[in-house]
Every structure is written in C-alpha cells, then in structure tokens.
Design a protein around this ligand. Structure first.
Ligand SMILES: Nc1ncnc2c1ncn2[C@@H]1O[C@H](COP(=O)(O)OP(=O)(O)OP(=O)(O)O)[C@@H](O)[C@H]1O
Length: 263
C-alpha cells in the first residue's frame, strides 16, 4: 500500500545566485572544466520560483517491461516535501529500475513523471538541479581523496567552503581519512565518502539505492538520522533498502512486490 501525507512544504535550500565571474571558465580551461561550467550553468537555471504546494514528485501509470517480463504496470505514487519513502520489494522486483527511471537514467518505460506538477522532460535541467542520486556505484573517484571527491562534487553546484567539507567528512566518520586516496579505503569508508555528498548538496530530492550496504551499525544509525533530518527540513527521500529502517519520523513505503504485473 502506498501512503502519502502532505506535510508543511518549506523551501529547503534555495540556490544562491553567483557572480558571473565565478561561472566563467578560464581561457585555458580543460575539457573537464568546461563540462563543470556547463553543468553549473544548467544548475543555475533553477532560479525560478517553485510552487509551494502539491507533491514534489508524482509518478503516474508507470509501466516497465524487461526481457518480456512486466516489472510494474499502473504504478502511481506521490512523494511530498517532508516525506521519507522506502521502496521495498524482493530481489529483481524492479526497485533499481524504478529509481533509474525516476532519475532519467532509464527511458524504457511508459507513463508520466511529474516534478512540481510538470513533466520532467519539459524541465530536465531544473529537475536534475534538485536531485541527488546515489546508486549502487558510489560515484566516488578512487584516485582522489575524500576531500577532493567532495570538492569535485561541490564544484557541480553551489560552492561549498572547506569548513563545510571538513564537517561533512567528520560527520560520516572520516576524520583523519580526508587525504587518503579512496582506493585505499574500505568499502564502508568509500560508501561514507559518497554519503558525505548528502551533507553538502543543495538538492531537495534524494534518491538513494541501497545506501546502507557496507555500513556498520553506527553508520546505519547515522544515515537513518540524516534521512529523517532531510525530510524534517522539507526535503524528500526515496530510498531502497532490504534493511528494516528505524527512523525518527514517519516512514512511507512503496512495495513493488504488490504491484500489477498482469500481462
Ligand atoms: N540492463 C538490464 N537489461 C535487462 N534486464 C535487466 C537489466 N537490469 C536489470 N534487469 C532485470 O530487471 C529486473 C529488475 O532488476 P532491478 O535491478 O531493478 O531489481 P531490484 O528490485 O533492484 O533487485 P535487488 O533487490 O536484487 O537489487 C531483474 O529481473 C533484472 O534481471
């Protein structure tokens, strides 16, 4: 069963305007710097006012089939500001596929995905500027250190000062590991580098695929608190996990084991 509750929607963290100078790449920019420049310009397109009511994200009548096997049909749900929703289901039920569809990483589906009531394909840049997706691959560059990874991540959105990066790394338990190349970190520590991005991102919508994997007991608890904190500040979280969440807030669920798969 899908539960949806409207809570007081509040702007979480509006993107701050920046000077033109800070958005201009140097004449000797590398290809990489240009990519960052373009992405940052896309993100700054998200300066328009957003409606203060209605669901942030709405999926309507989603249908997806893989290898002639229906994963879901007539799948509709809403995610409001302030909501934390766990996507449940057995192995192979389509959780990752659904999350990738919502993020625009998989277009083999039918149906509508709306962001603030408007189709995402009509406002792709704005939607992506509001989204932080952490998938199975942590998105951590193993050559870089945790600090460098966060600086790189921050360079894609609003600038984040070093103090905030240090605080983020400390909160995820990586104090004293800031300057170790990530290839020398454990699996759980690498996952913590990825999760530190949650603490420096301005994204309102977090879509997280199995973020608890490899975390120890303390890390699981910290992440549960972080998800609840984000929802409590008017953000929204869609998370898959086989872990039984213990969060200090209302938890909504979307169970893919119960969806329509009729041929
Ligand atoms: N690239 C692909 N091409 C074809 N079929 C795929 C592909 N990726 C996944 N599938 C199939 O889609 C189905 C759903 O996979 P998905 O990864 O979404 O499941 P899941 O619910 O996330 O599973 P798990 O709990 O094991 O992570 C599976 O049957 C899988 O075989």
């Amino acid at each position: 069963m899908v539960t949806t509750v409207q809570v007081n929607p509040q702007p979480l963290c509006r993107l701050r305007p920046q000077s033109t100078q800070s958005l201009t790449p140097s004449p000797v920019s590398s290809h990489l710097q240009w990519k960052v420049f373009i992405i940052r310009r896309m993100i700054h397109a998200d300066s328009t006012e957003i409606p203060s009511s209605g669901p942030l994200l709405r999926a309507e009548q989603l249908f997806c089939e893989r290898d002639e096997r229906v994963l879901f049909r007539n799948l509709s749900f809403e995610l409001h500001a302030g909501q934390l929703m766990q996507v449940k289901g057995s192995n192979g039920s389509g959780k990752t596929t659904l999350l990738r569809i919502l993020c625009g990483l998989n277009d083999s589906y039918e149906g509508d995905i709306l962001w603030y009531g408007q189709p995402v394909e009509e406002q792709r840049e704005r939607f992506l500027a509001s989204l932080l997706y952490i998938g199975h691959r942590a998105g951590v560059n193993r050559i870089l250190t945790p600090r460098e990874n966060l600086r790189w991540s921050a360079s894609l959105h609003t600038p984040v000062d070093d103090a905030r990066i240090e605080a983020a790394l400390a909160r995820v338990g990586l104090r004293a590991y800031e300057d170790i190349p990530c290839r020398n970190l454990s699996a759980g520590q690498t996952q913590r580098v990825a999760l530190a991005r949650l603490l420096i991102s301005p994204a309102r919508l977090w879509i997280l695929d199995e973020p608890f994997t490899t975390l120890d007991v303390h890390g699981v608890r910290e992440l549960e608190l972080l998800l609840a904190e984000h929802a409590g500040q008017g953000g929204a979280v869609l998370v898959t996990t086989h872990h039984a969440l213990n969060v200090p807030c209302e938890l909504h669920s979307l169970n893919l084991d119960g969806v329509d798969r009729a041929a």
